[in-house]
Design a protein around this ligand. Sequence first.
Ligand code: BGC
Length: 352
Amino acid sequence: MSIEKSKYGTTPNGDQVDSYKLKNHTGMEVDIITFGGIITAIKVPNIAGTAENVVIGFNNLEQYMQPNPYFGALIGRYGNRIANAKFSIDDIEYKLAANNGPNNLHGGPKGFHKIMWTVEATNDGENSSIKLKYISKDMEEGFPGNLTVYVTYTLQVDNTLEIVYEAITDKSTVINLTQHTYFNLSADFSKTILDHEIVIDADQFVPIDAFSIPTGKLQNVVNTPFDFRQSKIVGKEIDENHEQLTNGKGYDHCWVLNNQDQGFRFAASAYDKLSGRFLEVKTTEPGVQFYTGNFIDGTLPTRDGEKYARRTGFCLETQHYPDSPNQESFPTTLLREGEKYESKTSFTFSIK
Ligand code: BGC
């Protein structure tokens, strides 16, 4: 196992951005930059043993600094939407930026995807890891409390990328951290992900309105295009005439994962038959946002100078449900002073 550090670029503010490459002996590599904690590449072997990159990304820092749909980034303080960009804790109302129609999305315009992380520690042992740190100031992007956040990326010998999130606050706040990598297991970004086979271990999902805000109810997946309990290709029902698919412009929903009392457990998998690559996701979180890149609009450059087209990547964002701060019946995202926020997700790659 090894870690290689290199200079990646300099922000307009003069901050030096570094890139860290985690490598193992079985041919997997993960590249992470200190700007946004972005995963810029994940290389894993296909069935022929050829390691190729399977995540959407750009060639340089300048491109990552331009507006883009959170390619590879860490998301905080609150992954997904908070309705009407406001919430209350103990009868105090907090107002956030409305950066997605009337709502707040992914922590606001300068969320954790746009900030400089510092490297707290690296470990070059049997499993190589990098621990990132960020202190988000009280009322930053409208959220209360000085929040100290650690995110540790660990590449394990068995081709697992594990992500551990930790945080503490000095004042009650809300928190919902996630990772926004877009996968395309074919490693061919001229192709959509519609032929990937997906499993999501969920009997229910969170239906949304036309602004992608939860209606407050949970819906059973039985007899709907949202049933991924048995392996199914993404494209099979994605364009069916179903109100929820219209609202999401495809799949862009939070699935209510089963076995929530079991802690760290299987959540979802993806399989690309041609390359043989298989991805398994485990998490401690109650939900996973399965997003099929419906809003990727054909304007952003691929690494080969082509353009990323609609649905050329999918995300499996493990998290609490959207808008939980305003939804009494959802698992809470409240973090009180003195409590520790902890969340763990892993992405394991293999061949089938
Ligand atoms: C959301 C999408 C949003 C995307 C950002 C996803 O997590 O669910 O609605 O468009 O992030 O591009």
